[in-house]
Design a protein around this ligand. Structure first.
Ligand code: ATP
Ligand code: MG
Length: 319
């Protein structure tokens, strides 16, 4: 749902101004939900679908596949979770972070990012002026409260965390822990996703070391990366969570690392793109696209510097 930071997210206020039966019905429902704490909005999780999508359409990300499947199914198994699900995605540009967040939306709400219960925040759009951080904090808190009152199963996605004004995200701290039910609203059924490139250095370094030492990529374990990512996020002034209590109080349920993509992953992305255009047979184009990417480090050229991000543009060029 597009974010318009205004008090009209508050059900009672909207009730006063609702002008169509549809909106009134929606608001009556949210009031009922508020009182009974028993509605789950249009929440219709399809765990099998999510696992299949991750397995089939996300390339080269065994950790993200494993962690997401496990964390989401553990969370959904509980009717009354003891804390919200807080996921933090890390990795270089074009490695699949936004892709996975939209897969989650699609398999929990059946409507990709179009559901009114999925809220996506982009700092350059919603919080563009760092000097207004106090105001943004107030608005964001109200926005979260209002939407959790309407739908306890809301999903909040904070993209491009590295561009968040310093200190803004800390306002979420009371929502992320095992806090109580406030005003009959269960804050613990929500899902939060933070997305950033913070920690990419450590992820890329460990993946490179594994490759150079002849280890299988799939042998890389989260334990090798987690501490480095946490440190990078906590100590980097541009991570959106610099010195944040969200980190020090361990409110992140799972860190999800995205590894840098290799030539054959890019080729797969290109093949998929071509198939979507009805040009499945053009393996020559897929190969040309993968060859046309730039790879790092200079010595070895193992990983695509833009992941799969430039694939559609290059396919346009070579098709
Ligand atoms: N691991 C992957 N498997 C399959 N497709 C991928 C993968 N990574 C990226 N892509 C494709 O590349 C494009 C860019 O990916 P995505 O938007 O998820 O990147 P990102 O990690 O969010 O990057 P950024 O940090 O720049 O936002 C998408 O079209 C996505 O489908
Ligand atoms: Mg992204």
């Amino acid at each position: 749902m597009a974010l318009t930071l205004c008090t009209c997210s508050m059900p009672s206020l909207l009730l006063l101004i609702c002008s169509t039966n549809l909106i009134c019905a929606f608001e009556m429902k949210s009031i009922y939900c508020k009182i009974s704490d028993s509605c789950d909005c249009d929440f219709s999780p399809n765990m099998r679908g999510l696992e299949w999508d991750l397995y089939k359409n996300l390339y080269g990300q065994h950790l993200a596949q494993e962690i997401m499947s496990e964390a989401v199914s553990d969370f959904l198994r509980k009717d009354s979770p003891d804390r919200p699900l807080v996921l933090s995605f890390h990795g270089a540009s074009g490695t699949g972070k936004s892709l996975v967040s939209s897969m989650l939306g699609r398999h929990l709400y059946g409507s990709a990012m179009g559901s009114p219960y999925i809220h996506q925040f982009v700092p350059t759009l919603h919080f563009p002026i760092p000097e207004r951080v106090q105001l943004y904090r107030l608005h964001l808190k109200r926005w979260i409260e209002g939407n959790l009152t309407t739908c306890a199963r809301s999903i909040f996605i904070f993209d491009e965390m590295e561009k968040m004004p310093l200190g803004l995200i800390d306002v979420l701290e009371p929502f992320l822990g095992p806090s109580h039910v406030v005003f009959q609203t269960n804050y613990r059924k929500a899902i939060y996703i933070f997305i950033s490139t913070a920690g990419e250095e450590v992820i890329n370094r460990v993946t490179l070391e594994a490759r150079l030492s002849g280890r299988e990529r799939e042998e890389i374990r989260l334990q090798e990366l987690e501490e480095g990512i946490t440190q990078a996020v906590f100590n980097n002034t541009n991570s959106g969570l610099y010195h944040s209590r969200i980190i020090s109080e361990k409110l992140i349920t799972r860190y999800v690392p995205f590894l840098p993509l290799c030539h054959h992953h890019v080729e797969r992305c290109a093949r998929r793109d071509l198939c979507q255009r009805g040009e499945c047979h053009r393996t020559d184009v897929a190969m040309a696209v993968a060859n046309a990417m730039s790879y790092t480090p200079a010595d070895g050229k193992h990983f695509s510097s833009t992941g799969c991000k430039m694939v559609p543009a290059k396919v346009n060029l070579y098709l």
